[in-house]
Design a protein around this ligand. Structure first.
Ligand SMILES: Nc1nc(=O)c2c([nH]1)NC[C@@H]1CN(c3ccc(C(=O)N[C@@H](CCC(=O)O)C(=O)O)cc3)CN21
Ligand SMILES: CC(C)C(=O)C(=O)O
Ligand SMILES: [Mg+2]
Length: 291
């Protein structure tokens, strides 16, 4: 499920290229393409996105799914964790991303406090995202502990991406940014969590910060695709926070991130150049003026 070398964007896995279908209805990635991709060994590629312009670019580039993550707490709102993020904060961001995505599947991350209490509250939150944003699926954290919530959301007709391993919303319960699934007991718990979310009806599961060997065992045990966030090369797909991946995030970047650009440096250089031009009188020039 990737863009071709010529830069043409692949249609949903198994389909023609976007160029071949140009003028017709744009093909759309669906949850069934995730399952098909796993069966056929085609890696699934995801990025987070929080706004219209970045989502347009990632969609055009053939990124298969866009997660409007509660990592917006860190990347958009400037909190030091995801815990303060609310549904009301994420809904406008998710709406912007959904408006931009013509091909990519858009996943809305349910924030801390919007689904844990009971399945009823979970379904209510999921419905808000689906009704108010145009997202195609929701994501929530937790394996066995969230299985009932997943089951009820799926029964309401809403696809669920699960998220196990390191779950940032419970960082205080987990004792910090701690790698999960380590040792025999950790690997067994990870597998129990993975089986629980699959049985509950999740169409995919994010594995965050777990040893590659544990992620490989889960990937082989499940029929739904595993999406790695720092879970090694043997998962069925890879996902990164776009601001980390593009060199926009300031401060500590997790070890599992590979940076594909340095847009923070580029923006800072542009801002300095603009300031200097205004201070020197070089901007605005005659071509920027009205008569
Ligand atoms: N910008 C950003 N990137 C992310 O990947 C991300 C967020 N925000 N917010 C939500 C969660 C939190 N995540 C995190 C947060 C911290 C580490 C981290 O510090 N990892 C260390 C190892 C643990 C440690 O030493 O604290 C690392 O070097 O990978 C990893 C993932 C992943 N998600
Ligand atoms: C790191 C990913 C999995 C996430 O949940 C987010 O961006 O909020
Ligand atoms: Mg999240």
């Amino acid at each position: 499920m990737a863009a071709s070398e010529s830069g043409e964007v692949a249609a949903p896995y198994g389909g023609a290229t976007a160029a071949a279908t140009a003028g017709g209805a744009p093909k759309r990635v669906r949850t069934r393409h995730f399952l098909q991709a796993k069966r056929d060994g085609h890696p699934i590629v995801g990025l987070t996105s929080y706004d219209f312009l970045s989502a347009q670019i990632f969609d055009r580039a053939g990124i298969d799914f866009l997660l409007v993550g509660d990592s917006a707490g860190n990347t958009v709102f400037g909190y030091d964790s995801t815990l303060p993020v609310t549904v009301d904060e994420l809904i406008p961001l998710t709406r912007a991303v959904a408006r931009a995505a013509k091909r990519a599947l858009v996943v809305a991350d349910l924030p801390f406090g919007s689904y844990e209490t009971n399945p009823r509250e979970a379904v209510h939150s999921a419905i808000r995202f689906m009704k108010e944003t145009g997202a195609h699926a929701v994501k929530l954290e937790g394996g066995e502990r969230s299985a009932e919530q997943i089951r009820h959301i799926v029964e309401a007709g809403i696809p669920v991406m699960a998220h196990i391993g390191f779950t940032p919303q419970s960082e205080h319960g987990l004792g910090g940014h701690v790698i999960q699934g380590r040792g025999e007991a950790g690997a067994e718990q990870l597998l129990r969590d993975a089986r629980a979310v699959e049985a509950a009806g999740a169409f995919a599961v994010v594995l965050e910060m777990v040893p590659s060997a544990a992620a490989k065992a889960v990937t082989e045990a499940l029929s739904i695709p595993t999406i790695s966030v720092g879970a090694g090369p043997d998962c069925d797909g890879q996902l990164l926070v776009w601001t980390d991946w593009a060199g926009f995030t300031t401060g500590r970047i997790p070890r599992f991130v590979k940076q594909y650009a340095q847009i923070g440096q580029a923006l800072e250089a542009a801002a300095i150049a603009f300031r200097e031009d205004v201070e020197s009188g070089a901007y605005p020039a005659p071509e920027h003026e009205y008569e």
